[in-house]
Design a protein around this ligand. Structure first.
Ligand code: FAD
Length: 484
């Protein structure tokens, strides 16, 4: 008989969270800590969503999305998770750029970027200060008609090299373009510039393990291999979910799954206002990625001067479409030294990431798909040679992931790495007005995705849910903290 992954489950909960990405995990933890009964349902056999890892023989552990996040993670993890998690967040100091326009190493913060822009790029200090101040003062409620291109033109007209320095890491991170609203760039860029790029010492497995422990301590009922088929609606309100053939009741469902999948697959157009559906149909998915994971022979090492993160490109100028092209010119390498997992076996690993279009992979035959993956590995090894000499002799394991891989493991439509583009936020936030009890806390554009964005969005939605629960049972007290 197949295993019953819902064995012992209650018939009803205060809240059901669908999906265990960082947003879903955080919503579940914050609400359980406030005394709510919470059921967390994850379709995969592992928690974490895109924040995941995999193991290979020889003691190699590869991280998928642990490349870097802003310092704000420390505060968010301390407040909404544990001090132990927050204390394991450390700065990555070796951020490199190498392209036909410039090669440099930076700590990727305002002070160092100001030095580089003034001394090496010969930009007036007042323009640099003006740019940083403008970016830092941006917030959600600002004018969205100004594009990132217009922001750059205002401060650095005609300077393609400066645009490349400022934009390439953010485009790599979320696929955002020069035509996207400037606020999506300004907010994320300023988050990084405040103190640089950070990582979690102990690896993604260590982080998710600690989160799981904390959720269990707070009483979250955690279930893996539970693929929610439908979100149930009764008399215009949320009533529960259908999962693994069983119905579980709840007046509140928070979906951490892809926004479009939540609306169109788990629910259906009939439950929503037609205008809202039109708005939802206009939400663009974010691009996907390819990655090549490489492990060095345990007796080999990488010199730490190679850096932690390296934005490399052979394209003569910076163009978003070139970053997405199958004809790869840009790769971002993450170098993992034994300090990534001080408790584990000393290993040196490299992950090469490139933004990618789902359409370039989905129509390939099985043979072509495998051949394309192999080609991706080979061309990556060729490109890596410049930074890790004799890499082919040193590397004992190499394998690739594509948009199809990301779609398979997370059910993100088209394998979207960062969910939807920015316009998804308004749709995500409007769900409870459309269907009382329905919430979404998952990747919608760069501000509400990435490790920090997903956690912070999880907190914001937990607060919304808690307020709603308080209203519906007046007098019930809550111990939630304020949103980040
Ligand atoms: C290659 C790559 C590199 C990245 N690098 C970075 C980085 O360096 N820094 C950074 O900050 N961010 C990075 N990100 C992005 C970051 O990992 C994500 O934005 C973030 O982890 C998303 O969290 P989330 O809460 O939106 O949920 P997701 O991680 O999207 O998880 C959604 C969860 O819902 C589950 N689910 C879906 N449908 C169902 C269903 N029907 N029933 C049950 N469960 C379901 C999925 O299985 C999944 O676990 C990267 C992403 C990728 C792909």
């Amino acid at each position: 008989m197949p295993k019953d992954f819902l064995k012992g489950c209650q018939d009803e909960y205060d809240v059901i969270v669908i999906g265990s990405g960082l947003g879903g995990l955080t919503t579940a933890n914050v609400l359980a800590r406030a005394g709510r009964s919470v059921l967390l349902l994850e379709q995969h056999y592992k928690l974490g969503g895109m924040a995941t890892w995999f193991k290979r023989p020889g003691g190699h552990i590869f991280d998928i999305s642990l490349h870097g996040f802003p310092v704000g993670m420390i505060k968010s993890c301390r407040r909404y998770w544990t001090k132990e998690i927050a204390d394991a967040i450390v700065q990555l100091k070796g951020i490199r750029f190498d392209n036909p326009m410039f090669s440099l190493t930076t700590t990727f913060n305002r002070e160092d970027f100001t030095r580089l822009l003034v001394q090496d790029f010969h930009i007036e200090r007042s323009a640099v200060e003006g740019f940083f101040d403008t970016a830092r003062s941006m917030n959600f409620y600002d004018d969205q008609s100004k594009t990132t291109r217009q922001l750059f033109d205002q401060f650095f007209p005609g300077r393609e090299d400066v645009i490349r320095l400022l934009m390439e890491p953010i485009t790599y991170a979320n696929g955002s373009t020069l035509e996207d609203p400037a606020i999506t760039y300004g907010i994320v860029f300023s988050n990084f510039m405040s103190k640089g790029v950070y990582t979690f010492e102990g690896g993604t497995d260590g982080l998710v393990q600690q989160m799981e422990h904390e959720m269990r301590r707070n009483g979250v009922d955690i279930r893996i291999r539970c693929d929610v088929e439908k979100i149930l609606v009764q008399k215009g309100k949320i009533a529960g979910v259908k999962v693994n053939g069983r119905t579980i009741k709840s007046k509140i469902v928070v979906s951490n799954a892809n926004l479009n999948a939540t609306i169109f697959n788990m629910l259906g157009e009939k439950y929503f206002d037609p205008h809202f559906i039109d708005q939802a149909k206009d939400v663009r998915l974010n691009n996907s990625s390819t990655q090549v994971y490489m492990a060095l022979d345990p007796n080999e090492s990488i010199d730490e001067s190679t850096g932690d993160l390296l934005f490399s490109s052979t394209a003569p100028v910076f163009r978003t479409d070139l970053l997405l092209s199958r004809d790869i010119t840009s790769r971002t390498y993450s170098f993992y030294y034994p300090r990534t997992r001080p408790q584990g076996r000393p290993r040196h690993l490299i992950v090469s990431s490139t933004n990618a279009n789902y359409q370039d992979w989905i129509d390939l035959s099985k043979e072509d798909y495998e051949a394309s993956k192999q080609d991706l590995i080979e061309t990556t090894l060729d490109a890596l040679e410049k930074y890790v000499p004799n890499c082919r002799e040193k590397i004992v394991h190499a394998e690739a992931a594509t948009p199809i891989t990301f779609e398979h493991y997370t059910k993100h439509i088209n394998g979207a790495s960062f969910g939807t583009k920015f316009e998804g936020l308004a749709v995500s936030r409007a769900l409870p007005e459309q269907l009382p009890g329905l919430y979404h806390a998952g990747s919608v554009g760069i501000i509400m995705s990435g490790w920090l964005g997903a956690i912070n969005y999880g907190v914001i939605v937990a607060n919304d849910v808690d307020s709603m629960l308080m209203k519906s049972s007046a007098g019930n007290s809550s111990c939630l903290q304020t949103a980040p």
